[in-house]
Design a protein around this ligand. Structure first.
Ligand code: SAH
Length: 464
């Protein structure tokens, strides 16, 4: 992030702009929304700008800006659309100690003006650091459509009510009240007119003062394989409402970003306990947080019900008398099979698919190798990197064909996703050679679509 967004207090401040054409007009339209004093320097101002001056919305000086003109300014805009003039304005602005923006010249500007969605006092600023103005515009359009026009009014009335709302205890109770106001009571009231909003707030406050605090709850939530777009809407909502998010190492940072800003994030893949945090410690942590009344999201990679040690955690939560639910997620096998363009099951090939783990708590995991070794069988092997030699040995011993296709999918659905086609006979060597450091899903009995199984290749994710 090269440009850091802040909101500048413009009340009583002076903003200076040099320029009288279209670029100047566009900036002035935005600046006139602020509470700043605005002075415009233009030798030949447009009629529109003259009109604004006549309405006293700006002060117009029909001459070039000169040194000293910007000495008390906080911001200076160089909007003459002329390199030499703009450079001069910049110099004058800098000498006066102001921050300077040269319109449409990111490189020489000290700050940039974002695209703005205005629901005053709610303001959304969108910036792309000049990389994609088109994108900024389309995000703006989306937000304009999504945020009701009444939002500003609701926020303004809400702001006046903040003091009264302090009757509710700080934290969750107050947050629930405001959420209820902005999501439900406020929009409902404003349909009857602005005057109905304040009475509705009083009524809502009474209701909230008389309701018992929400009890603690644990949502065992699947975060999916990594791509934030593969998160379910339900998981997003749970993250949005969470007081505490207890997550594994596999959960990607982009997904954690979606948690409420005030939420406590606990990484049980790391904290003090080492790579394999003792399960009891995790259980205790979940129960401790939920017992305080917190809405806890226990966030696990993929789907929480697949090799997630979920039942142990549910038992602990249930023993403590805490309510819980499961929010399903997309398991890595689903993401990985999509990446190689295949189906997990296929008519005439396999009518069942197995989700296996390469090892369990006791070491390498044993399975019904004989039935798996039959032609056409398909298995998705989780946590199979370290046990690949063992798995290969067992399958060959039980009669599997050494030429059975194997596909390794590393970091499925993530930007660094990698696909390697292999065969049973060369699995351990191919894995070593590929040097995969991320999580790997191993498909037994599946080759990537349209790739020779004999060659080891990285293939693109898109299929023609
Ligand atoms: N609950 C998870 C699995 C947890 S076990 C799920 O449903 O996906 C951890 C194993 O999952 C890893 O060793 C790896 O085999 C697999 N895995 C998780 N995320 C993955 C990803 N993005 N790409 C490939 N494999 C992944």
């Amino acid at each position: 992030m090269e440009h850091f967004p802040i909101f500048l207090d413009t009340k009583g401040q002076h903003i200076v702009l040099s320029g009288g054409g279209e670029a100047a007009e566009a900036k002035l339209r935005l600046l006139m929304k602020t509470e700043a004093r605005i002075t415009v320097f233009a030798v030949a101002p447009s009629a529109t700008i003259e009109g604004w001056a006549a309405e006293d919305r700006i002060t117009l000086r029909t001459r070039q800006i000169t040194s000293g003109d910007a000495d008390d300014a906080v911001l200076v805009y160089a909007a003459d659309e002329d390199d030499a003039l703009d450079a001069r304005t910049k110099q004058i602005g800098r000498a006066g100690g102001a921050l300077v923006n040269i319109v449409d010249n990111l490189h020489d500007s000290q700050f940039i003006t974002p695209a703005i969605v205005d629901r005053d006092p709610v303001t959304v600023a969108i910036g792309t650091e000049g990389a994609a103005p088109v994108l900024a515009r389309s995000i703006k359009a989306e937000l304009e459509a999504r945020l009701p026009a009444s939002l500003g009014v609701l926020a303004r009335i809400g702001k006046r009510f903040r003091h009264a709302a302090e009757a509710l205890p700080f934290g969750r109770a107050r947050r629930d009240f405001w959420r209820d106001y902005y999501d439900h009571a406020g929009p409902r009231a404003i349909r009857e007119g602005e005057a109905a909003v304040e009475p509705a707030l009083h009524e809502l406050l009474d209701t909230h003062l008389n309701t018992k605090a929400r009890p603690g709850h644990v949502a065992f939530t699947g975060a999916g394989p990594g791509d934030p777009e593969l998160l379910t809407l339900k998981a997003r909502r749970a993250l949005d409402e969470a007081d505490v998010v207890i997550h594994d190492r596999l959960v990607s940072p982009q997904i954690l970003e979606l948690a409420r800003r005030e939420a406590i994030l606990v990484d049980v893949g790391k904290i003090g306990f080492g790579p394999s945090t003792a399960q009891e410690d995790i259980n205790r942590l979940i129960v401790e947080h939920a017992s305080t009344g917190a809405q806890v999201v226990r966030l696990k990679g993929g789907d929480a019900t697949v090799f997630g040690r979920l039942d142990e955690e549910i038992d602990a939560v249930e023993d403590a008398g805490i309510a819980w639910s499961i929010v399903p997620g997309i398991t890595s096998a689903s993401a990985a099979v999509a990446a190689i363009g295949q189906s997990l099951t296929k008519r005439g090939r396999n009518a069942s698919v197995r989700l296996l783990t390469g090892h369990d708590m006791k070491g390498f995991a044993d399975h019904d190798w004989r039935s798996l070794a039959r032609p056409g069988e398909v298995a998705a092997i989780y946590m199979g990197k370290a046990s690949s030699r063992f798995v290969q040995g067992r399958l060959l011993m039980h009669g599997a064909d050494g030429a059975t296709p194997i596909t390794l999918v590393e970091n499925a659905s993530r930007p660094d996703q990698r696909i390697v086609a292999s065969r049973l006979e060369s699995l351990p060597q191919d894995l070593t050679e590929a040097g995969m450091n991320g999580p790997v899903l191993i498909f037994f009995g599946l080759a990537p679509r349209a790739v020779e199984t004999s060659q080891i290749t990285d293939i693109a994710q898109e299929f023609a």
